[in-house]
Design a protein around this ligand. Structure first.
Ligand SMILES: *Cc1c(COP(=O)(O)O)cnc(C)c1O
Ligand code: SF4
Length: 318
């Protein structure tokens, strides 16, 4: 099985900070303040995602997630390149951390470069992926495709992988974690929908952080996946300046359940070097989630969790 690290599934991306600033009518200072950080982790954002940002607003919640800022370069002791203690990860690795489940890092590619992500410290790719460890592990019933973003694989690669997994008798479910349908909804076309619909039961967990990410186009495409029988859930990272207030979170989760998407996890930020300015204190997170519970049905409120090195599951916060 081969995964590709060079295929670019999308040609409609912005990688130039000056261009981004011009397009969004942002002041010179934004450009100047981002250049060094962009050298370290390049700007990379689909135009489709860019169009959902507000012009002239340097604090736009979608912009903040992808905008290089020099504050990232400050070194802060607790923020490291390996915050969840897995050793730095490499694509094509298979992680077995939790009972019954195995996670495959399918690729190092993503449809966007999020500034808060552990992926910025990814190792270079391993050799070709072998599924033998999963074939041998008879106690594994669910395979999680993660990355990077597994939907950055080509259709052919994805189909081969899903097919090979479906041949393993003890694998009963496949789960895909992806942000691509949000940042680049064109990826979810008829062909992809067919492929995913062939390998049921298959769950999709969407990574979505703000309601402005969910425009009509995005929701229409995700709903067509749900229509063919793919259960869709969401995960959100709690991010300072992006979604760390009650109304913003409530609007996001309401919008998700209105479209039949179930909020699954709200993640405490992993303490990745360069992401400190996004951190929300756990006390505040807990308070927000408690308030959400008093305002919304239980199924609309995700579990607030964090990754802890060495623990046998995601640790709930409340
Ligand atoms: C998060 C994660 C999973 C999935 O955990 P769930 O609680 O089932 O969503 C599985 N394996 C690894 C290594 C993970 O980090
Ligand atoms: S893995 Fe998720 S959070 Fe990280 S860059 Fe890719 S899409 Fe963004």
């Amino acid at each position: 099985m081969k995964t590709s690290h060079t295929v670019s599934h999308t040609t409609h991306v912005c990688t130039d900070l000056a261009e981004l600033c011009k397009w969004l009518e942002l002041p010179e200072t934004v450009l100047r303040d981002g250049q060094k950080a962009a050298d370290e982790l390049p700007l990379f954002v689909p135009l489709s995602f860019l169009r959902r940002m507000e012009r002239g607003n340097p604090k736009d919640p979608l912009l903040l997630q992808i905008l290089p800022q020099n504050v990232e370069l400050q070194s802060i002791a607790e923020f490291t390149t390996d915050p969840v203690g897995e050793g730095s990860r490499a694509p094509n690795e298979i992680l077995r951390k939790y009972p019954g489940r195995a996670l495959i890092l399918t690729t190092s590619e993503c449809g966007v470069n999020c500034r808060f992500c552990f992926r910025r410290h990814f190792l270079p790719p391993n050799t070709d992926l072998s599924l033998d460890p999963i074939r041998e592990a008879k106690d594994v019933h669910e395979v999680i495709l993660s990355g990077g973003d597994p939907l950055c694989l080509t259709n052919q690669e994805l189909m081969n992988l899903l097919y090979e997994l479906s041949l393993i008798p003890h694998i009963r479910r496949i789960r895909i974690h992806s942000r691509l349908p949000i940042v680049d909804p064109e990826r979810v076309d008829g062909k992809l929908i067919n492929i995913l619909g062939t390998f049921l039961p298959l769950y999709l967990v969407l990574h979505v952080n703000h309601q402005n990410e969910l425009d009509e186009e995005v929701l229409k495409r995700i709903e067509s996946l749900i229509d063919i029988g793919v259960p869709v859930m969401s995960q959100t990272v709690l991010l300072r300046g992006v979604n760390d207030d009650l109304e913003t979170l409530q609007r996001l989760f309401e919008k998700l359940v209105d479209s039949r998407i179930l909020p699954y996890y709200l993640h405490q930020l992993d303490r990745v070097a360069g992401s400190a300015h996004f951190e929300v204190l756990p006390e505040i997170g807990r308070h927000l989630v408690a308030e959400l519970h008093s305002r919304m049905p239980g199924y609309a409120v995700p579990r607030y969790v964090r990754e802890v090195a060495g623990e046998s599951c995601k640790v709930p916060f409340c």
